[in-house]
Design a protein around this ligand. Structure first.
Ligand code: MV4
Length: 460
């Protein structure tokens, strides 16, 4: 007799968490709540990590350098085999969007908690991603969904058709790497030659594409969750415009000032795209938003740092939903069940020098964290924790939820006032100042706002 859907589900009972820091804690919590056993791994620098003590097994897989530990695919697969894990959760960063790793995990007979290697590969190539989105009716930035040819005359014609300014992007890029703005025709070929060479060196592919350059957009993203049985929903939207050098600093849900009737068709198109490509698990569609229109730029095939703001407004535990989808369960919610309530902000607390933004390593000598209604802190640090210089400087995420945006801002001011980290430098003073800013309070900021604000502040 064929198995029923629920009989085939529950393909694993132990999850290896192939990550570190706050997200290792977050994923471990979701696993335990689902009744799953956990395997924590670490590099030599992370031997003292608190999530090692609370996991069912804890294995040190290599030296401090990420390339020799958190990026070492063979070491991670060996650890999974030794500890008896049936699945690997990659978290974000590291191997989370590595199609070859997802493939190796599945070939080893384990479940990769994420989409298929083929979905990751399609979205990793920004041209094939754009082609898939255009085919599914997702609105994209004007420009071809094909690679630029070598013929100079054809390139010039494409740029004229789009209209200057244009932007040249590497197919292998993304997240702000491998792109160059072209203000006018006289620098077009030079820009293409430079970007091609950079792309070849950085991504091993000389493939480029061209788009209209949008000058003052906001960065708005749509969260989706899909199962293996043809079900998909979107969980609302986030605004992630508050960034510096492509590093997000504050995120919020929902994106302020976006009328439901203008975002609704975009969300439905994202769901349609997921169904068309057979997407599984959680994903994020990134859009630029300018003058009332949405333009798809990239899809992230991983759990994102800022997923908590969507959890706060939608009430859906995104990490649990992601794991259940990987187990083969049918999605236990339909679009009609999704209601986003109130407003949420997330502040990324980084161990960094307030002036230079360089990572600040050292021992946390004193730590006070805020608590109370509508306040959530995702962190792995404690008093006495040693922040190592090897990894990303994110040490905690401060998340608040309140009925309105103004109340959520007030709650974040209060949460920031109650946060004390001593022994290392952090960006807390800068976050406090940002939450006093008038334009931010009005929700009138684009992707360039934070860098302009920092420049003005430095001049003052
Ligand atoms: C753009 C753009 C303007 N026009 N594409 C940067 C990161 C990568 N995900 C895409 N990026 C951009 N693509 C067109 N056609 C401006 C950016 C951009 C940006 C986008 C989102 C958040 C912050 C940004 C900062 C600088 C540039």
């Amino acid at each position: 007799m064929p198995e029923t859907l629920e009989q085939s589900a529950g393909r694993f009972d132990t999850v290896l968490i192939a990550n570190r820091g706050e997200i290792a804690v977050r994923i471990q919590r979701a696993c335990r709540e689902l009744g799953l056993k956990t395997v924590a791994i670490c590099s030599e620098a992370d031997r003292q990590a608190p999530y090692g003590k609370t996991a069912d097994s804890f294995l040190c897989i290599g030296p401090s350098t990420a390339a020799k530990s958190y990026l070492n695919q063979d070491a991670i697969l060996l650890a999974a085999r030794l500890a008896g894990a049936g699945a690997i959760h990659p978290g974000y960063g590291f191997l989370s969007e590595n199609a070859a790793f997802a493939d190796a995990v599945e070939k080893a007979g384990l479940v990769f908690i994420g989409p298929t290697a083929s979905s990751i590969a399609i979205m990793g190539d920004k041209i094939s991603a754009k082609r898939a989105m255009m085919a599914a009716g997702v609105p994209c930035v004007p420009g071809p969904d094909t690679a630029l040819p070598d013929d100079p005359a054809t390139i010039e014609r494409i740029a004229l058709e789009i209209g200057y300014p244009v932007i040249i992007k590497a197919a292998g890029g993304g997240g702000g790497r491998g792109m160059r703005v072209v203000p006018k025709a006289d620098v077009l070929h030079e820009a293409i030659a430079l970007t091609r060479e950079e792309a070849r060196k950085a991504f091993g592919s000389r493939s480029l594409y061209m788009e209209k350059f949008l000058e003052h957009p906001r960065h708005i993203e749509i969260q989706v969750i899909c199962d293996d049985h043809g079900n998909a929903v979107w969980l609302g939207h986030r605004d992630c415009s508050m960034q510096r050098r492509h590093q997000k600093v504050v995120e919020e849900a929902p994106a302020p000032g976006i009328a439901p009737d203008i975002i609704q068709p975009v969300g439905l198109a994202c769901v349609q795209a997921c169904l068309q490509i057979g997407y599984r698990g959680v994903g994020t569609f990134e859009f630029l938003y300018e003058d009332g229109a949405f333009y798809f730029i990239e899809m992230n095939t991983r759990l994102q740092v800022e997923h908590p703001v969507t959890e706060m407004t939608s009430g859906v535990d995104i990490v649990q939903a992601q794991i259940r989808a990987a187990q083969g369960h049918v999605l236990d919610l339909i679009q009609g069940d999704v209601t986003c309530e109130g407003h949420s902000f997330e502040c990324r607390i980084n161990a960094e020098d307030p002036e230079s933004f360089l990572p600040s390593a050292g021992v946390v000598t004193h730590l006070a964290l805020p608590a109370g209604p509508g306040i959530r802190v995702d962190t792995h640090i404690h008093a006495g924790y040693k922040v190592s210089p090897y990894y990303d400087s994110l040490i905690a995420k401060l998340i608040v939820h309140a009925p309105t945006r103004a109340e959520a801002m007030a709650r974040m001011r209060e949460a920031l006032a109650g946060t004390e980290v001593e022994g290392i430098s952090t960006n807390i003073p800068f976050l406090r100042a940002l939450f006093e800013d008038g334009a931010f309070a009005q929700g009138e900021t684009d992707i360039h706002y934070l860098e302009q604000w920092l420049k003005l502040r430095r001049a003052a």
